[in-house]
Design a binder for this molecule. Sequence first.
Ligand code: 13P
Ligand code: SF4
Length: 343
Amino acid sequence: MTDSMAREIIQRKKEEYGESLIILCHHYQSDDIIAYADFIGDSLELARKASRIGRAEHVVFCGVYFMAESAAILAPGKSVYIPDRDAGCPLADMAPEGAVLKAWDALKEIADSVIPVSYVNSSAAIKAFCGRNSGTICTSGNALKVFEWAYSKADRIFFLPDMNLGRNTARGMGIPDDLIALWDPEKDLGGLDEETLMKARIILWKGWCPVHWPRFTPEDVSSVRAGCPGIRVIVHPETDPRTVAAADMSGSTANILNCVSRMSPGESLAIGTEANMVKRAASANPQLRIVPLKEVYCDDMARITMEKLADTLLHLEDDTYRVSVPGDTARHAFAALANMLKI
Ligand code: 13P
Ligand code: SF4
């Protein structure tokens, strides 16, 4: 299918389905896809939107699989589709259910008063594990608030799968590094001893986003500052804590865009996150100087193309692109996600 055929199909199907179709897009999608979005957001905004879809019956999610899965869980009466099921997330894949349950059982034997919190970048099974154990979910947009809630329920958090978001948030709350334990799923007891686990305020799963870590470094921050005196630097909290410390600010994709909207003409900002969003912010704001801290792309987000979106819209009446989550998993994952949306 050529791009012009795909464009024609997408346009025609959008008109045909009208209000019974909604296309949700994550900020990391390419401009080609964003052009057809009815709603664009970060993970938190997309989860909120999915929980309040309103009239639309068909929800097409342009993002990665865990996001579409979360939408399907949060919008149980709707049909949710993703244009490529293989648009995964390597970070989410770093926390397979079996290894997490094994770690949880071992941890519970040693440390009491522990609550599981998973980053939304995780499978439905991991979200269900949190729901079954009175835990919750967070995104990069609400991690601090969610951690505060979790500490009102328990003395320690078992956080997965992103060690960087976990450490950045914990440090932001003033938790010292010696009370932050790193659980390596490749090692017995996570490579930790009982004393470390008993005193830890947070136990981080050793997972990371390969787009953000270790790609953005403190050296990138110093070199952009050297090349453009006065430039401010904002990075996503999936980056290395040393990079977050070197930057001026950190925030989710929506927070980064809010920061851009508050800038005055002539100001400069380097952004450390996926480059599609950074370049779009730069071209939408010619009065500012916006540069990528480093030009990196998420290959999984890029799997969503116009051709696949067009084919999805041709198959809304069958299961080709439909995302479904088994009943029991969906029920417990819903509890964890709904809990997050209340915090
Ligand atoms: P946001 O929650 O900031 O949208 O980030 C999602 C993500 O996948 C970042 O890598
Ligand atoms: Fe996953 Fe990283 Fe891609 Fe986000 S940017 S979807 S965390 S691999």
